[in-house]
Design a protein around this ligand. Structure first.
Ligand SMILES: [Fe+2]
Ligand SMILES: [Fe+2]
Length: 475
């Protein structure tokens, strides 16, 4: 079961050929998927041969094969992590029961909603990033973009498999709808806010893969704990792919910072306007991009108090991050959690029932994980001997979901007036002018081994290849 059959029309490790009805249904969906990829996948990439990794096994040791692949010929398939012997439902009211191999009838609607919401983010990010190939700073980066894109496409396959196999007719309808919604479309947008934002330039792409793909990691980790075993196994394998996406983001931002610091040192300059004259991105602009992507992403965890989150947990559908490593009763009844609230124009803490605060619990786990990388970026600046430091904005800054929606809060956590916000927002969030400046740097660099002026080359290449390896062959 661990090796993947590539002779099938749809590569898989789920013995698809033994379930003819399912196989036919998915083979019917496949051309719709490919035509979506043709329309909404990476712009103008159809003849490129790209050095991609493809999953060949789902065991942790060496699951990937690397080689040049013509983009539309990438073999998207259905890969589940190995089953765990005697797996149980590990939390909620069904705790201790054998993990479900079929959808529990009473939780069917909620489970479908969870799968559709996750599935919707996957094609959305491909749509958001589809123009970036035209301004890639190097072949190495272009290759990474395409790797992320094909894997997000595969994550859509993963969720569509669950819908087709376990949800019958309405599952098939949801699978169709996943190809019909469009990121940013006024009439038929993607489900979640951050996935309707634009990713207009490569700094935005690196921030997105660092922050928003990390939201993906935390959602997938919570679903990997699910009592519904097929969802757990699917998401566990998706997580192995997700790690690379976050690497692209963290190393990408790090390389932008490294190049900026190099130029600042060389010319002995700190003034952003001076820094910009040398064709690199000044550190305050990087901070504003960070503020934007961070705040938009933490909204994805949902309202700070949520009865849905409580239901998803109590019914065993969606756990906490590292649920089984936690030392409590995994029922959480009677427990409480501190959330932030606003009282008399100031932020204050308030205890609420733990079960209702599970979105906040996951958001706080995410915040810890994502701020660690900011510390690593600061090391790059520190090493260059510069005083500037990046920081995560306050949790209440620029929020559009939950208690802080509609409230004006500064990055350092002060509730402020609309007038102060209006006066300072250009220091806190990317302005039109910032975006125009960053866009002005985005020229396409496609010669093997060359890198755009505004970004440092990576330290090592992909799969231990050199940084001047021919990652993309243009035909
Ligand atoms: Fe994904
Ligand atoms: Fe991802």
């Amino acid at each position: 079961m661990s090796s993947i059959d590539y002779t099938d029309k749809i590569p898989n490790n789920v013995n698809l050929s033994e379930d003819r009805t399912l196989q036919r249904a998915l083979e019917h969906w496949q051309p719709s998927y490919l035509s979506w990829w043709q329309d909404m996948g990476p712009d103008g990439s159809h003849d490129f041969e790209v050095y991609l990794r493809t999953a060949v096994s789902t065991t942790p040791e060496g699951w990937a094969h690397f080689g040049h692949v013509r983009m539309p010929d990438y073999r998207w398939g259905i890969f589940l992590a190995q089953p765990e012997a005697d797996r149980r439902v590990n939390f909620g009211e069904h705790k201790g029961e054998a993990a479900w191999q079929e959808v529990p009838g009473e939780h069917r609607a909620n489970l479908r909603r969870i799968i559709v919401t996750q599935g919707d983010t996957e094609p959305a990010s491909v749509e958001q990033q589809r123009h970036l190939g035209k301004t890639a700073p190097s072949q190495y980066d272009l290759r990474n973009l395409f790797q992320v894109n094909v894997e997000e496409g595969r994550h859509l396959w993963a969720m569509v498999y669950l819908l087709h196999k376990y949800f019958g007719r309405d599952g098939r309808e949801e699978a169709e709808a996943l190809l019909e919604r469009r990121s940013g479309d006024a009439d038929n947008p993607r489900i979640l806010g951050a996935f309707n934002e634009r990713t207009p330039d490569w700094l935005a792409f690196y921030m997105f893969t660092y922050f928003t793909d990390r939201d993906g990691k935390f959602q997938l980790c919570a679903l990997a704990e699910s009592g519904f075993d097929p969802l757990s196994r699917t998401t566990r394998f998706m997580l192995t792919e997700e790690a690379h996406h976050m690497f692209v983001g963290e190393s990408g931002v790090s390389r932008v910072i490294a190049r900026t610091c190099e130029v600042m040192k060389k010319h002995g300059i700190e003034d952003p306007a001076e820094v910009r004259k040398h064709g690199v991105i000044d550190l305050p602009t990087i901070q504003r991009y960070l503020n934007f992507h961070y705040s938009v992403t933490i909204d994805l965890f949902g309202a700070d108090q949520s009865s849905n989150a409580a239901i998803f947990y109590s019914s065993g559908l969606k756990g906490r991050y590292e649920e089984t490593k936690r030392d409590d009763d995994h029922l959480l009844k009677g427990g409480s959690y501190k959330i932030l609230d606003v009282k008399d124009g100031a932020l204050t803490e308030r205890e609420v029932p733990m079960l209702n605060a599970l979105n906040e619990v996951l958001r706080d786990d995410y915040i810890r994980d994502s701020t660690a990388g900011i510390g690593r970026w600061n090391k790059v600046i520190e090493k260059a001997g510069l005083a500037f430091r990046l920081a995560a904005p306050h949790k209440a800054f620029n929020r559009h979901i939950g208690t802080f929606a509609g409230l004006r809060v500064s990055p350092d956590g002060r509730v402020i007036s609309e007038a102060e916000w209006a006066g300072k927002v250009a220091q806190w969030l990317p302005s039109e002018e910032d975006r125009a400046f960053v866009a002005s740097l985005m020229g396409r660099v496609v010669e093997t081994g060359k890198y755009a002026n505004w970004i440092a080359p990576p330290v090592v290449g992909i799969n231990k290849q050199p940084v001047d390896f021919e990652y993309v062959r243009f035909n």
